[in-house]
Write a protein that binds this ligand. Structure first.
Ligand code: URA
Length: 443
């Protein structure tokens, strides 16, 4: 006789282990309606306190993955590699990274998300490109990845539907912050893309989902270990997210800044993040023997314009206007731009990414509920980054708005997110750690 769901909840509550079959059955029965919300809620809380070991986390990942369809890309040659970021403010890396990696010969099938809360989403940014569609039938997705090297679409209802339902339950039962539940949630969606390898950008700090480094490291290590046990090549990089990445926060302006990277004129921190993640993707995809070689190849794809050409082809294949790559004035722009002047002279010491992310949402660039629309043109453009000298009255940022009154409503909040001091600060490194499968096994 199989144990009942009540017996399984009790076993986890008491610190026991569930088998892969038992976990698979609970997920199936929950999606099928014979395990109730209150029973799964109790199990989630038991997992929150007792945890899951790696075998249980792999089983949960696979059960959620197979609750829907897994994209098959048999016609796409090569080792397919994607990147996942745990999210931050100004994080537009995917838009320049995927074309660069594809230009170096590694296919990148990418299923991205929309912005929610203070972090933006790649789909909202891409949709600022005139005509661009992220709603592409699965067969076309596979064809575009094969022909162009990359394609970026939104999550469909068929991808890991169990995760969608379980995440909604976690959200209302105070169980989101469990590391094994986060690992299974992220990996189930990523593995549904039909990838062979995955580079994880685990963001750490004020503007990130993980605020402290120890927890971010624990999450990164668990993601690498579980992903590797699920048969994938996985590497994680821990990167700082105390200040926004790059200068643009918004949608259209972030897409423009990602395009700037492809033409060798991107801001230093965004370029560095792209080089670091791209190098790892090329190693996982077999296009580089070492991270140093991968970095050189990504830099060469910027210098030659090969990445920009892949982005043009991808935009064309996804029904957008490819001319927006060479001519970013074709991207929509805010009608009004209002400066945020510095109240004092000195050196910029700090920018609060969380506060600017929340302000951008309040301006209409993001959403607080999944069903809200975003305004592609509004946002914030940083004019100074930590370490820069600033004169009194010089702009710290520009506010991109539809009417001046909208800027005046947020200008004090934006100014307060910048800290100017007398001394030039020592800047912390962008990359805090790199965790591969050997590090993760030893942890
Ligand atoms: N992102 C996800 O996709 N799932 C989580 O559980 C947390 C962050």
């Amino acid at each position: 006789m199989q144990p009942t769901v009540v017996e399984l909840i009790a076993r986890k509550r008491d610190g026991g282990t569930l088998t892969a079959d038992e976990i698979g059955r609970i997920v199936r029965d929950y999606v099928g309606g014979t395990v109730a919300d209150y029973q799964l809620s109790a199990l989630l809380m038991a997992i929150f306190f007792r945890g899951l070991d790696d075998a249980e986390t792999v089983a949960l990942t696979e059960a959620m993955l197979h609750s829907g369809s897994v994209l098959a890309l048999p016609a796409v040659k090569g080792i397919k590699v994607d990147k996942h970021s745990t999210g931050g403010v100004g994080d537009k890396v995917s838009i320049c990274l995927a074309p660069l990696v594809a230009a170096c010969g590694v296919p990148v099938p990418m299923v991205s998300g929309r912005g929610l809360g203070h972090t933006g989403g790649t789909l909202d940014k891409l949709e600022a490109i005139p005509g661009f569609s992220t709603d592409i039938p699965t067969a076309d997705f596979a064809r575009i990845v094969g022909d162009v090297g990359t394609c970026m679409i939104g999550q469909t209802a068929e991808i890991a539907p169990a995760d969608k339902r379980i995440y909604a339950l976690r959200d209302v039962t105070a169980t989101v912050e469990s590391i094994p539940l986060i690992v299974a949630s992220i990996l189930s969606k990523k593995l549904a893309e039909g990838i062979d390898g995955l580079v994880l950008d685990v963001k750490v700090g004020r503007g990130a989902f993980m605020k402290d480094e120890a927890r971010a490291r624990a999450l990164a290590t668990a993601l690498v270990r579980v992903g590797t046990r699920a048969g994938k090549r996985v590497v994680a990089v821990l990167t700082r997210m105390d200040c926004p990445l790059g200068n643009a926060i918004g949608n259209s302006n972030e897409t423009r800044e990602a395009i700037d990277v492809l033409f060798g004129r991107g801001p230093a921190d965004l370029v560095e993040c792209t080089l670091v993640l791209g190098a790892e993707m090329l190693v996982l995809g077999g296009a580089a023997a070492t991270v140093a070689e991968g970095r050189d190849k990504i830099a060469a794809a910027i210098a030659s314009g090969a990445g920009a050409r892949v982005l043009e082809r991808m935009i064309e294949a996804q029904r957008g206007d490819p001319r927006a790559v060479a001519d970013t004035s074709l991207l929509p722009r805010a009608p009004r731009v209002v400066d945020v002047p510095s109240p004092t002279a000195g050196f910029l010491v700090d920018i609060d990414a969380l506060e600017l992310g929340l302000t951008a949402v309040a301006m209409g660039a993001g959403r607080t509920r999944a069903d809200q629309a975003v305004d592609p043109v509004v946002g914030i453009e940083l004019q100074k980054k930590p370490g820069d000298a600033v004169a009194a009255g010089e702009p710290l940022a520009k506010l991109l708005v539809r009417e001046d009154a909208h800027a005046h409503a947020v200008i004090d909040r934006v100014r307060a997110a910048f800290r100017v001091g007398a001394e030039r600060p020592t800047l912390p490194p962008l990359v805090l750690a790199r965790i591969d499968s050997r590090d993760a096994e030893g942890a």
